[in-house]
Design a protein around this ligand. Structure first.
Ligand code: COA
Length: 150
């Protein structure tokens, strides 16, 4: 299993990006300053993550997704590990990843891969999104930021 960086001239995989962040206008606030790594099977992109530099030492995974038919098979865990290795090789010391306060599966996945809850971006989903977002029957309000030392 290996990922590759998406080339500058290549089309962004919005089908995947929109699975993790449901408004393109929000994705476009960070994606052009991120490095996107893709995972392919038979030349079809089935997973991706976007890394965004916060400072010389800190980097954030702004978006991560696997196509629905391929979820639950360990690819998400692989992508998170791959991101760690790439960030470490680039000299970063700390990784962040954010998710919604009611995103239970994602909160579990990130903690299983070594992240710890670090702080809340209060009302992030209310202040930064054009419409309310509902997950697991509840409105998303705060973004939980999780942190990991590399
Ligand atoms: N129900 C509950 N938990 C599940 C699950 C399911 N159907 N599928 C995966 N998990 C959890 C488990 O805790 C699992 O750990 P385990 O293997 O120790 O049981 C863990 O996630 C890792 O599973 P994995 O198969 O590696 O994840 P994945 O390939 O499905 O990728 C996502 C995880 C989140 C990237 C993927 O589900 C996805 O693209 N979801 C939609 C987009 C999204 O929510 N992105 C994150 C935004 S913050």
């Amino acid at each position: 299993m290996t990922t590759r960086i998406l080339g500058k001239g290549e089309e962004l995989p919005y089908d995947l990006l929109l699975l993790a962040d449901e408004f393109a206008e929000v994705i476009d606030r960070y994606i052009f300053n991120s490095q996107v790594y893709v995972y392919e099977i038979d030349q079809k992109i089935i997973g991706q993550y976007a890394m965004y530099r916060l400072s010389n030492d800190e980097v954030e995974i702004k978006n991560i997704a696997v196509l629905p038919d391929y979820q639950g098979k360990g690819i998400g865990k692989f992508l998170l590990k791959d991101a760690d290795q790439r960030a470490k090789a680039s000299g970063f010391k700390t990784m962040f990843i954010g998710t919604g306060d009611v995103m239970m599966m994602q909160l579990l996945l990130y903690q299983k891969t070594g992240y710890e809850m670090n702080y809340l971006k209060k009302n992030f989903y209310i202040d930064n999104y054009p419409e309310p977002i509902y997950e697991n029957g509840l409105q998303l309000k705060h973004m939980v930021m999780l942190r990991k030392e590399l």
